[in-house]
Write a protein that binds this ligand. Structure first.
Ligand SMILES: Nc1ncnc2c1ncn2[C@@H]1O[C@H](COP(=O)(O)OP(=O)(O)OP(=O)(O)O)[C@@H](O)[C@H]1O
Ligand SMILES: [Mg+2]
Length: 356
C-alpha cells in the first residue's frame, strides 16, 4: 500500500472528550502579566477519571475554570464534548454549564443552597432540563442513593457533615447527566478519611454512572485512586502517572504505577529534577537515537573537564550509560523541534532551550 505525503493527519485529540491544545491564560493585574497557563496540552478520554495535581499557583484552578466555561482562555484551543470553549456565545455558555458539565468546589457552602434540603438541591438544576416534577424527585433520590445519602435526603446542608455535603454536591453535579464532572479540591476542607469517602463517591459517579471525572487536588496520594494523575508545573502538563494492574507469576493481581514524562506537541518534555541532579545535566544535553529509546548524555564539552573528554564526533559511540537509580524506560528526552534530524548530537551552539 502506498502512502501519499498529503495524507490528512488526524486532528489532535479527535477522539478525546476533552482537548486542550496549547492553552494559554494570561491575567493582567495592573501592569503585570501573570501567565497562569503557558501552552498546556491535555487529552481526556470519555469515561476516564483523572486527577490533576500540582503546587499552589501552578494553574490547576485556572484550567478548571476554563474547562467549566467560567473563564475564557487567552489563546490556544479547548474543546469539551465537541463544544469549542473559545467560541461560545452567552447562550451557548449557559447551555454548556447547565447540561454538559457539572462542578464540585472545595468550599462546601459554594455547592449547595443552605435553605434547601439535599433532595431539593439535587432537583434544582433539573428545573431547566424539562423533566416533570415527579421524575425529578425520583432521579434526585436515585442519585442520593448512589452517593449513599438516601437516608439524609430531607436534611439541609447545615444538618450534614462536610463530607456528606460534598457527596450531595456530587449528586447535584450529576443531576443533568453531564458528560463530565470537574471537581476543584473537593476534599480540601475535609480530614483524610472523610476525603476518601468523597473520592469513593466520585469513583462511583465515574464507574457506576458513567461520568468522566476530572478532579484537582493537592494530594499526590490520590494517584492510587484514579487511573491517571496528571501533574501540572508552571501552567503546563509535566508528568503523568498511569495506574494499571497486572497478574504476577504466582497469579496475584498487582497494581503498578508507571510514571511518564509528558511530551508536548512541539516535542518538548521536562526531565525530572532528581534525574537532572543525579547526572548533573545542565543547559544542554546530548541525545542519541537508539532503536527503541533515546539516550540522554551530559554535555561533556561544555564544562571544565574533570575527566579526559575527547571532542564528540557524531559517529563515536556513546559512553556507557549510568543510571542514577532503577532506570525508568518510559522516561526519555526530546530534541529541539526544528532541527532536520533532532536526534543527532547537537552542534555546539544548538539545542539548549527546549529542555527546561
Ligand atoms: N483572577 C486572577 N487574576 C490574576 N491572577 C490570577 C487570577 N487567578 C489566578 N491567578 C494567578 O494565576 C496563577 C495560577 O493560579 P491558579 O489559581 O490556577 O493556581 P492553582 O494551581 O489552582 O493553585 P492552588 O493550589 O493554590 O489552588 C497564580 O500565579 C495566580 O496568582
Ligand atoms: Mg486552585
Amino acid at each position: 500500500m502506498t502512502q501519499t505525503a498529503a495524507a490528512p493527519r488526524a486532528e489532535y485529540g479527535a477522539d478525546a472528550l476533552i482537548v486542550c491544545d496549547n492553552l494559554v491564560r494570561i491575567y493582567q493585574v495592573e501592569n503585570i502579566e501573570v501567565q497562569a497557563l503557558q501552552g498546556l496540552d491535555l487529552l481526556v478520554d470519555k469515561g476516564e477519571m483523572i486527577a490533576i495535581v500540582g503546587q499552589s499557583g501552578s494553574g490547576k484552578s485556572t484550567l478548571l475554570n476554563v474547562l467549566s466555561g467560567l473563564d475564557v482562555p487567552t489563546a490556544g484551543s479547548a474543546r469539551v464534548a465537541g463544544w469549542d470553549l473559545l467560541r461560545m456565545n452567552h447562550a451557548d455558555r449557559l447551555t454548556y454549564r447547565r447540561s454538559v458539565v457539572g462542578f464540585v468546589w472545595q468550599q462546601t457552602a459554594r455547592n449547595l443552597l443552605p435553605y434547601l434540603s439535599a433532595r431539593e438541591n439535587v432537583m434544582l438544576p433539573m428545573a431547566f432540563s424539562g423533566l416533570r416534577g415527579a421524575r425529578r424527585a425520583a432521579r434526585a433520590d436515585e442519585l442520593l442513593e448512589a452517593m449513599s445519602m438516601a437516608d439524609r435526603a430531607g436534611r439541609r446542608p447545615g444538618e450534614l457533615s462536610g463530607g456528606e455535603q460534598q457527596r450531595v454536591a456530587i449528586a447535584v453535579a450529576l443531576a443533568n447527566e453531564p458528560e463530565v464532572i470537574f471537581a476543584d479540591e473537593p476534599t480540601g476542607e475535609l480530614d483524610s478519611s472523610t476525603g476518601d469517602d468523597v473520592f469513593a463517591a466520585l469513583r462511583s459517579a465515574n464507574q457506576d454512572l458513567g461520568a468522566t471525572v476530572v478532579v484537582v487536588t493537592h494530594d499526590h496520594a490520590v494517584s492510587s485512586q484514579v487511573q491517571r494523575t496528571v501533574a501540572i508545573r508552571d501552567g503546563r502538563t509535566a508528568t503523568e502517572v498511569v495506574r494499571r494492574t497486572h497478574v504476577d507469576d504466582e497469579g496475584r493481581t498487582q497494581t503498578v504505577h508507571d510514571e511518564y514524562a509528558v511530551l508536548d506537541r512541539a516535542g518538548r518534555l521536562q526531565l525530572p529534577r532528581d534525574y537532572r541532579d543525579a547526572l548533573e545535566l545542565k543547559d544542554r544535553v546530548r541525545l542519541e537515537l537508539e532503536t527503541d529509546h533515546i539516550g540522554v548524555w551530559k554535555d561533556s564539552t561544555a564544562r571544565p573537564a574533570s575527566a579526559p573528554s575527547a571532542p564528540e564526533a557524531a559517529a563515536s559511540p556513546p559512553a556507557p550509560r549510568e543510571a542514577p537509580r532503577a532506570p525508568d524506560p518510559t522516561r526519555a528526552s526530546a530534541p529541539p523541534t526544528d532541527a532536520p534530524n533532532p536526534f543527532l548530537p547537537p552542534e555546539p551552539e544548538e539545542g539548549r532551550d527546549d529542555l527546561r
